[in-house]
Design a protein around this ligand. Structure first.
Ligand code: ATP
Ligand code: MG
Length: 352
């Protein structure tokens, strides 16, 4: 019997609606499988928690999380109550950094039953590897007054270690896929960090002679992402570029509500964290119509991470079949509720 202790943080907004659905799906898998056991412990850390306690999570929150095998996160943010930079840095970014989740992987592919805005979305199947611990999302900088003017400086921080780690991960991933890595750069306009990025990319690819590579400026890459996504297999990108590209990936699939992500701890010291790409979506919270697929797909990525590749593949097949048969939330053109979609997926899992 393989046993996994999993911390679940539903967080804010629709996170509270879609996380329970993904736990229902995982519990169903546990019942059917026999050889797997998931122990879930839920934590109420969120903006509501902040209003009561003055912080997003308790002082020993990180220590508590360290003892788990994985973390499932819904969404963080309720900008009407707590400024985003407070809630995100107080929980999400804190966990990613302190638990050394240095890589964020975000797959996007043609998904059966979804209306992609692309004319020919069929061969679209790629993974963005986003550097997750440094880059443009940095605390270095500040605001100064120069005469009458205000000047703001925001520094991006790139280390060789962090950059190389993301790139090596991308090349290793490409070995298991179609053997191609594209790098997202902007060394024609950003003259310190991006030439460095290119240099590290060149160094790393020398170690992988069997992998084909390409390097695009992020603006061109973003355009190709839409016009010719078939040319991509694995894309490696900095923190900011990766963030932007993956929202586009969600849009190409048909809705940001189905896009998954995983924050991976590569040194095995701490748990990895599985969260969808979408945010807390306050505009639809409480209506019961949030699409749970992004959250369920991240559960599939967690199964992959636990080595249960075949089980993960089956789960995603079931989700695609249910979608293709019309069990869809309104964002992808259906009428089903969050819970109905989850129940249908569980019903189909039981039929396997
Ligand atoms: P964040 O800053 O946390 O990324 P955001 O403001 O960028 O949040 P989201 O919360 O991701 O945005 O929402 C963007 C839009 O997509 C909103 O209109 C929201 O309703 C919609 N949306 C997001 N997630 C889902 C979902 N799971 N199902 C349906 N619609 C969604
Ligand atoms: Mg967003």
């Amino acid at each position: 019997m393989k046993k996994f202790e999993i911390a679940a943080i539903p967080g804010d907004g629709i996170g509270k609606e879609v996380v329970p659905v993904s736990l229902h799906v995982l519990n169903t898998i546990e019942e059917l499988h026999g050889g797997l056991k998931f122990d879930f412990k839920e934590f109420p850390w969120s903006c509501d928690y902040y209003l009561e306690h003055g912080k997003m999570m308790p002082e020993d929150g990180l220590e508590t999380l360290k003892s788990f095998d994985a973390i499932i996160l819904g969404a963080i943010g309720n900008p009407e109550l707590v400024p985003d930079h407070v809630s995100l840095w107080g929980l999400l970014i804190k966990i990613r950094r302190e638990l050394e989740q240095s890589i964020n992987i975000r797959p996007a592919k043609f998904f059966k039953g979804l209306q992609s805005p692309l004319v020919n979305p069929k061969d679209f199947d790629l993974i963005v590897v986003r550097e997750n611990s440094e880059g443009e999302y940095s605390e270095v900088g500040g605001r100064i007054h120069r005469g009458e003017d205000e000047v703001v400086i925001q520094n991006a921080v790139f280390t060789r270690k962090g950059t190389e780690r993301a790139m090596r991960y991308a090349f290793e991933l490409a070995k298991k896929r179609r053997g191609h890595v594209a790098s997202a750069t902007k060394s024609n306009g950003i003259i310190h960090s991006m030439p460095f990025w290119d240099e590290v990319f060149n160094d790393v690819r020398a170690d992988y002679p069997d992998i084909q590579t390409a390097s695009y400026h992020i603006d061109a890459l973003a355009a190709f992402f839409v016009s010719r996504p078939q040319i991509f297999d694995v894309i490696v990108a900095s923190n900011l570029f990766g963030d932007i590209l993956t929202d586009v990936g969600g849009a190409i699939m048909g809705s940001i509500g189905i896009a998954p992500a995983a924050n991976i701890n590569l040194n095995g010291k701490y748990p990895s964290m599985f969260e969808p790409v979408h945010g807390s979506a306050p505009d639809i919270f409480g209506k019961g119509i949030a699409n749970p697929i992004g959250q369920i797909w991240t559960a599939k990525m967690m199964l992959d991470h636990f080595g249960e590749i075949e089980l993960g593949r089956k789960l995603l097949d079931v989700v695609e079949d249910a979608t293709n048969d019309g069990f869809k939330t309104p964002d992808i053109g259906g009428k089903a509720s969050t819970i109905e979609v989850g129940d249908e997926i569980c019903r189909r899992l039981k039929r396997l």
